[in-house]
Design a protein around this ligand. Structure first.
Ligand code: ADP
Ligand code: MG
Length: 231
């Protein structure tokens, strides 16, 4: 098996001294190429923190993170940024879209750092994404003109535009109605079948059961970890 992500005894604290809270406790996790992994657990259990560490947005307090066999603890921030831009598309729980940009401009933003393909390629691909994500007609709208669910889908198109091998999505359907939620999950399944590795956090059991593996976090620990054939 081709291991993409290996977290070894990862812990994460926030705050100092008497304000210190330990959010992740001694996490061991192996994620292979092509997996479709759902992270479940109550609010505050550490799902976002875990996704932020996997995506190199936060550093663990202790433990080691091996990415494609490389121990990332020794890499400087420029090497880490390169690794993230090349490998990971990230959908933030709070979208983090830019208000003064249209949906299309927000989507194309990560392509500024990608000099492998030309502008027309990304314009064509953004049209495909807008169609797949039910955003036709929203391309030239500013973020204040969009609903929460539409913003969430624009943020997802931004996470997918550079076609990185790994998609990390923090509650990708939390603002969506059932129809859009199903549409998005069907598209993620299609991408996973084409080879993309997907790691998402969700509260929704119906969505999690469509993934090939579920881990359940509670109080910063992995309480259980099940592959689909064992569910
Ligand atoms: P989840 O995504 O499962 O709801 P989070 O990872 O967002 O959980 O949060 C887990 C815990 O860590 C919460 O108690 C939260 O208050 C705390 N936490 C998260 N981010 C920070 C931060 N930047 N500073 C301090 N505490 C934080
Ligand atoms: Mg969260």
């Amino acid at each position: 098996m081709n291991t993409y992500i290996f977290l070894k005894e990862i812990s994460k604290d926030y705050g100092k001294k008497k304000n210190k809270i330990t959010v992740l406790k001694n996490i061991n996790l192996n994620i292979c190429k092509g997996e479709f992994l759902a992270i479940m657990g109550p609010s505050g259990s550490g799902k976002t923190t875990l996704l932020n560490i996997i995506s190199f947005l936060h550093k663990p307090t202790s433990g080691e993170y091996y990415f494609k066999g490389v121990n990332t603890s020794s890499l400087n921030s420029s090497a880490i940024n390169k690794l993230r831009n090349k490998n990971i598309g990230y959908l933030f729980q709070n979208h983090f879209l830019f208000d003064n940009y249209t949906s299309l401009e927000n989507t194309l933003m990560p392509t500024e750092y990608n000099d492998l393909k030309d502008k027309n390629y990304f314009l064509d691909f953004s049209n495909k994404l807008f169609s797949k994500l039910n955003l036709i007609g929203k391309k030239n709208k500013y973020q204040e003109q969009l609903s929460g669910g539409e913003k969430q889908r624009v943020a997802l198109s931004r996470a997918l535009i550079t076609e990185n091998e790994i998609l990390v999505a923090d509650e990708p359907t939390s603002s969506l109605d059932l129809e859009n939620s199903n549409k998005i999950i069907d598209y993620l399944i299609e991408l996973n079948n084409e080879g993309k590795t997907i790691i998402l956090a969700t509260h929704n059991r119906d969505i999690a059961t469509k993934c090939s593996r579920i881990i359940y976090l509670e109080d910063g620990e992995i309480k259980w970890d099940k592959s689909k054939n064992l569910l």
